[in-house]
Design a binder for this molecule. Structure first.
Ligand code: SF4
Ligand code: SF4
Length: 127
């Protein structure tokens, strides 16, 4: 399960490493962005450890949200042009045997590249 972790110390406090030590759960960081005032990390944890990791991160001062959805595609807008395939770093998009686009949203790390690249505004991210 994916958790979106927001922290407010510019990354100076290694809260994810501390959460690993506190819980003994391995946390996979899929994406992280740190700016001048806060940071955000998308992490993947085992489903059965989601609660304990989330609580540990909160105790360390982070805001934590469960991410239920990856990118979503409007089938009425998508023309299966394939522009999203090459732009996606996680191979979420592929062609099926009929050259229609299919998606594996579980792989999505919510980077937003495909949303900008789609010429038909068929892709959105909501979490
Ligand atoms: S870039 Fe947009 S229109 Fe093209 S295949 Fe991907 S989702 Fe569909
Ligand atoms: S948001 Fe990023 S990871 Fe998710 S489908 Fe789009 S390009 Fe791929």
């Amino acid at each position: 399960m994916k958790l979106l972790v927001t922290f407010y110390d510019k990354g100076t406090n290694p809260i994810i490493a501390k959460a690993v030590m506190d819980t003994g759960v391995l946390i996979n960081v899929e994406r992280a962005v740190i700016n001048s005032s806060e940071g955000e990390a998308l992490v993947d944890v085992p489903d059965d450890a989601c609660h304990i990791v989330g609580e540990a991160l909160k105790r360390l001062g982070a805001d934590v949200r469960i991410v239920e959805n990856g990118v979503s595609r409007d089938l009425n807008r998508c023309v299966s042009c394939g522009a999203c395939i090459s732009i996606c770093p996680k191979e979420v998009f592929s062609f099926d045997d009929d050259w229609m686009i299919v998606t594996d949203e579980k792989k999505c790390i919510l980077c937003g590249r495909c949303v900008l690249a789609c010429p038909h505004q068929a892709l959105t991210i909501s979490y």
